[in-house]
Each structure stands twice: as structure tokens, then as C-alpha cells.
Design a protein around this ligand. Sequence first.
Ligand code: ATP
Length: 285
Amino acid sequence: MISASAPGKLNLFFSVGRVRDDGYHDVFSIYQAISLRDTVSIRIASENKLNLTGTLNQKQLAMVPVDESNICFQTAREFFITSGLEPVALEINIEKHIPVAAGLAGGSADAAATLVALQAMFETDLDLSDIGSRIGADVPFSLLGGTAIGSDSGVNLEPIDATEVEYLIAYPNSGISTKQSFHLLDELRADQQEIQLTLPGSDFYEDLRMGECPIQLGQNDLALPALSFMPQLQTLLDLDGFVSGSGPSVYFWEPDATLISQLEESSSSWVLVSGNQPGARLETA
Ligand code: ATP
């Protein structure tokens, strides 16, 4: 079996522009890879099969499809088409640690890990980022890791310097559909003539480099749709948390003991992570 792991992400800043003709939105995102990683292990088999394990609770794991609609199989199909190799059946094991439909790009991480594993297995030299961008807007970032500005639909990446800091991520055990979040945002903006992307000030980058909390941290156009879908997130935002991507995950910069005791009274699960982590990589060869 060949194994590869890939990180989930936080959006430290997320501005959403107009919806384009291809259905994607223009975005300006500051992505950061976190220490929550999924591992995907693959071997050639007589028929496609997916096994799911991991540290998430049963409710979370039940949200992941184990048939051929799983993003790992979609990715394998795209890999075979691009490489021109004869498709083969695969047994895929996902060891899942990234909360599902949580705004942390867990599916994209599994796609990124699948690409790295297949590249090693078939000894190809393909542009994985290019294949990944056809699977999902967050896949190229999961391949890259670290901290980066994502523009276009999020696939055009520019790495930036950042100091590793700790975050607490709180997540309710039900998900939000990214597609529905963007759709609701478009509805909320239906009356607006022009939709401009907001950009962070230059101090944002300097603060990240120095490991200080930027004033504009967590500015996110998808926070409002997330709150509409899950009004209970307000309790977490009132504790100075920020929605990641389409949510419902809410993250806190450098959490202290008081925050942790406050969260123990809430119904969310939570986890401590480090930021600025490496992108997808081979775990065994
Ligand atoms: P993003 O932040 O990239 O928009 P997300 O982190 O909010 O996405 P995912 O965890 O990627 O959301 O899951 C989105 C949906 O994708 C799930 O509800 C699930 O039905 C489907 N899915 C398919 N394959 C996977 C997979 N391997 N892991 C997680 N979800 C998957």
C-alpha cells in the first residue's frame, strides 16, 4: 500500500466576489494549513473499495460517502484521464481526522493525498495542482501547505511567511454545504450592483510573519450565511472566534485556559492545532 497525508486548512481571511460564468466565485483567501491531517492509503485491487477509519465520532464519519462518489475515487478517475494510463480498481483506506463539511477542506485534503499516492504508485510526473484544481478549489492549497494567498477561485496560490501559532477549532457535529453557503451569499447580495473583493491591509501579512494576531483576522464573507444556517454559532463568535471558510468550524487564535473551560459548557467538539504546516506528502513509498 502507498500512503500519503494532507492537511486541512483555515481561512484566516476570506473575501468572496462575483459568481463567474464557470459557476465558481472569485475569491481572495489567506489559507493556512493546520496539523489536522488525513492519511489516504491505496493499493490496486480487483474492485473499487473504500475503508474509513479515524478519530472522528460516528456522526462525523457517517457524513463521508464510502461508495464511488467519494472524492478519492473522483480524483483517481481524473488522475487516470490526465495520465492516459489504463484505469485500475483501487482499494482506498482513509484515516480521517479532519472534521467533515466543516469549512476545513477535509475532502480536498483527501483528494490531495490521493494524488500524491497515485503519482508515487504509477511513477508519473504530472502537475498535481492542475489535476487538483479540476476536483475542487481547495485541493491545490492542500498540496502546497504552509500559508498562502489564494486568488482566482482559490487555485492561484502565492506562499507567504507566517510564524506557527496554535489555534483551537470548535465544530458542531453537523456540517454546512459549501455550495449552499455560496448560494445564500449570492441571494443576500442580489440587490447589489457591484461586488468588490475586499483585500487585507499590509499589516495583516506583517502580523502573520511576526506571529501576532492581525486586526482583520477572520474577516469572512461566508460568516453571515454560516450564521443563518446555524444561529448557535453566535455563542462561539461572541467568545472571539472566527468562521473558517463556509463553516461551521470556528477557530480561536492562541486559546487560553478560560476559553477552554467556556467551551466545555458548549455542545461543540473542539481540537487544538498548530498552523503553517506542510502540504500533502508521501508517508510510505
Ligand atoms: P471546503 O472547506 O473545501 O469547502 P468542507 O471542509 O466544508 O469543504 P468536506 O469535509 O470537504 O467539506 O466535505 C464536503 C462533502 O463532501 C461532505 O459532506 C461529503 O458528503 C463529501 N465527501 C466526499 N468525499 C469525502 C471525503 N473523502 N471526506 C469528506 N467528505 C467527503
